[in-house]
Design a protein around this ligand. Structure first.
Ligand code: TUI
Length: 308
């Protein structure tokens, strides 16, 4: 499975862990990198001292390359972007915005820059701005999403760009990797499967919701706020979806009750008030195992299907 992505990032497998806010901390990132993928620590809305500490702890746990995801809607994005330079992080991925203004400084520092994008137009802009690769993320993904599906988006982004494309959204086993390669992708970004990794530090209730989820157990909320997010169906997410549909929750009220809800899900396992962000593929994730096993199994299955 050697591609331009394994070459670019210096990893064994072209498998990048999703930069899941609150979820992706150093234990998970180090485990993914040690297993031959690229682990990511999520900047999310974290303070700079937290992220610095996480990066340093990750360096203690692995000598393999790992990255940081910068969530561009964070009020700290500017400081976190500079921290990646100061800490000489190998790879930066970005989400929820246009990272154009940060790209020159990251490139100057030798950081590999991989924006996550939901459209061909933004992918083109990122290539022109100097990105090394892009993650084309379909609406099957968990968290903040665009409208296009992985199946439609990936081949169109592949056709539009010269730089390598990483597919994301709805990929949780070797079949998904092989399918992504058939669409022209040279790597995959995987989030939901790693929610059920042994090394993933989320609350046990969150893991249980993922493992028990069926094909129909994800729901998109918040379209009317301009920030649609895919979640696991819970009492809370159904209340949000219902309030959005029948008009009983204004966008302002929606924003107010979802403030802090990622932490409530990930740290507290609070099903009354937490947003359990998760991809539509959760129905296929049925067991908890170490990252090394997850990665080895999916890579072997993909190689067999692709007859590598
Ligand atoms: O960013 C993600 N997934 C995320 S971020 C997140 S934290 C959050 N929580 C609540 C509201 C919003 C964010 C949870 N999950 N994936 C990558 C991604 N990027 N998906 C969509 C986009 C995106 C959307 C619009 C990228 C750029 C964009 O427009 C940029 C522009 O200015 O043209």
């Amino acid at each position: 499975m050697k591609t331009r992505i394994t070459e670019l990032l210096g990893c064994e497998y072209p498998i990048i862990q999703g930069g899941m806010a609150w979820v992706a901390e150093h234990t998970l990132a180090a485990a993914v990198s040690n297993a031959g993928g690229i682990g990511l620590i999520a900047g999310g809305s974290a303070p700079i001292d937290y992220l610095r500490d996480q990066i340093r702890k990750c360096k203690e746990k692995t000598d393999k390359p790992f990255g940081v995801n910068i969530m561009l809607m964070s009020p700290n994005a500017e400081d976190l972007a500079q921290l990646c330079i100061d800490e000489k992080v190998a790879v930066v991925t970005t989400g929820a915005g246009n990272p154009g203004k940060f790209i020159p400084a990251w490139k100057e520092a030798g950081i590999k820059v991989i924006p996550v994008i939901p459209s061909v137009a933004l992918a083109r802009r990122m290539e022109r701005a100097g990105a090394d690769a892009v993650v084309a993320e379909g609406t099957e993904s968990g968290g903040h999403i665009g409208e296009n599906t992985t199946m439609c988006l990936v081949p169109q982004v592949v056709d539009a760009l010269e730089i390598p494309v990483i597919a994301a959204g709805g990929i949780a086993d070797g079949r998904g990797i092989a399918a992504s390669f058939m669409l022209g992708a040279e790597g995959v970004q995987i989030g939901t499967r790693f929610l059920a990794a042994e090394e993933c530090q989320i609350h046990p209730t969150f893991k249980e919701l993922v493992v028990k989820a069926k094909d129909t157990d994800s729901v998109v909320t918040g379209r009317y706020t301009g920030h649609p997010c895919r979640n696991i169906k819970t009492k809370f997410s159904k209340k949000l979806a219902g309030g959005e549909k029948d008009g009983s929750l204004t966008p302002e009220q929606f924003e107010e009750i979802t403030l802090g809800s990622l932490r409530k899900a990930v740290v507290d396992g609070n099903v009354e008030e937490g947003s359990f962000l998760c991809g539509a593929i959760a129905g296929m994730v049925n067991d908890v195992k170490p990252c090394a096993e997850i990665i080895k199994e999916m890579a072997e299955q993909a190689e067999k299907l692709l007859k590598i």
